[in-house]
Ligand binder design. Structure first.
Ligand SMILES: *Cc1c(COP(=O)(O)O)cnc(C)c1O
Length: 412
């Protein structure tokens, strides 16, 4: 098959919709338009049946029971509901009626977790942000050290979206069970990519999103444990009492059907996909690192998602590198904010300096990524980096044996 350009290699940002998922959704976008809450006619029953089926499909993929699945608009909502919902429900009440308690998270969570935690911090909760080890992994020992008498929630991502490393979730889950502390995990990048079992792994709350697993955008789920313990959440959205009162609003039936189908497909294809993608991922990493002496892989090589690699290219700016390979869609370690290019807080949390964080590229493969695409990418990256290095005065100095850290720069 001929190589088609441009190549999409930013699948941690979003994945294409699997055509099989679209097929499953289509009837619910056209002829089967009932409201799943309409109990009085066949249009409603048909919609409700489709939602029940999807609940089973999602539950099966993560070892949950269907009643434990709450539909959301995606992981941002799921994380908010889990974190704020627990804080409001379990934060011990003070005399003035406000709630307080201690929450443990990490400094390299997605903003969907960081921002709710920071809001709770402003409202008076104590929050501990654990930095990952240099290899990008959060260990149970780190969590054990952070736990206090008044800890009400541990929220730690299953796998990091930027570097792809996988945390010691099962050990952390076990620890939280022993201590009787609720454990939420943002599993957005892990669901459907690596095996998850909420029973085995001791997870109480877990969120996932359709558009990261070849499903539609704007739909996701939150798993809420129903026994041992029965987790209660304060809702963020009131009105109508849908989803056991935890998330009111008319259900997005086509989206939910798509979420279910994407989980069903993931269950069937995950193992084969993971095996093929980890080979492609390593082909990419090895191809780049073997041809560029100074390139470094961010995060542990083994404890990582099959679909993700993140590589730093010292003395090269990530943004310039992306410009030099415009026919490959990747993302850089700099988050474009309105005014400035901020180096990624995720890479900085690993101990990378601003320069290295600025010089990083994330490669995210998909179910449809091919060896040809990977080989083309390696070739492009290597030639673009070499070209940029030729123009880099810093790299010239390094080649001449000058230690940049000892240089006294003029100006400010
Ligand atoms: C994409 C992503 C989110 C946000 O999910 P949405 O469904 O887009 O709101 C949260 N956490 C992680 C780790 C993600 O990769």
């Amino acid at each position: 098959m001929a190589l088609e350009l441009p190549i999409y290699m930013d699948n941690n940002a979003t994945t294409p919709l699997d055509p099989r998922v679209l097929d499953a959704m289509m009837p619910y976008l056209t002829s089967k338009y009932g409201n799943a809450a309409s109990r009085s006619h066949t249009f409603g029953w048909e919609a409700e049946d489709a939602v029940s089926k999807a609940r089973k499909q999602v539950a099966k993929l993560i070892g949950a029971s269907p009643k434990e699945i709450i539909w959301t608009s995606g992981s941002t909502e799921g994380c908010n509901l889990a974190i704020k919902g627990v804080a409001e429900m379990y934060g011990p009440r003070k005399e003035d009626g406000s709630c307080r308690g201690h929450i443990i998270t990490t400094s390299y969570e997605h903003k969907a977790v960081l921002d709710p935690c920071k809001r709770l911090q402003r409202e008076g909760f104590d929050v501990t942000f654990i930095d990952p080890h240099e290899d990008g992994v959060i260990t149970a020992a780190q969590v054990a050290e952070a736990i206090r008498e008044d800890t009400i929630l541990v929220t730690i991502m299953w796998a990091n979206n930027e570097i792809g490393t996988i945390n010691e979730v099962d050990e952390i889950g076990k620890l939280c069970k022993e201590k009787g502390i609720l454990f939420h995990t943002d599993a957005t990048q892990a669901v459907g990519k690596i095996p998850i079992d909420v029973e085995r792994d001791g997870v109480d709350l877990l969120c996932g999103s359709g558009h990261k697993i070849y499903g539609p955008k704007g739909v996701g789920f939150l798993y809420v444990r129903r026994r041992k313990p029965r987790v209660r959440l304060s809702p963020m959205i009131d009105g109508g009492g849908h989803e056991r009162g935890m998330r009111s609003g008319t259900l997005n039936v086509p989206g939910i059907v798509g979420m279910g189908e994407s989980c069903e497909l993931a269950g069937k294809e995950m193992n084969a996909d993971a095996e093929r993608l980890s080979k492609l991922r390593d082909r990419l990493i090895d191809g780049v690192l073997s041809q560029l002496d100074m390139a470094v892989l961010n995060g542990d090589k083994e404890k990582r998602l099959p679909q993700t690699a993140n590589i730093s290219f010292p003395y090269v700016e990530g943004e310039s590198l992306m410009m030099a390979m415009k026919d490959i869609a990747v993302s850089s370690g700099s988050a474009c904010t309105s005014a400035s290019l901020e180096p990624s807080y995720v890479l900085k949390s690993l101990g990378l300096g601003d320069e290295l964080a600025h010089s990083s590229i994330r490669f995210g493969l998909s179910r449809w990524s091919t060896e040809e695409e990977v080989d083309y990418t390696v070739e492009k990256v290597v030639s673009a980096v070499n070209h940029l290095l030729e123009m880099s005065p810093l790299y010239d100095m390094v080649k001449e044996g000058i230690d940049l850290s000892t240089v006294e720069w003029g100006g400010h």
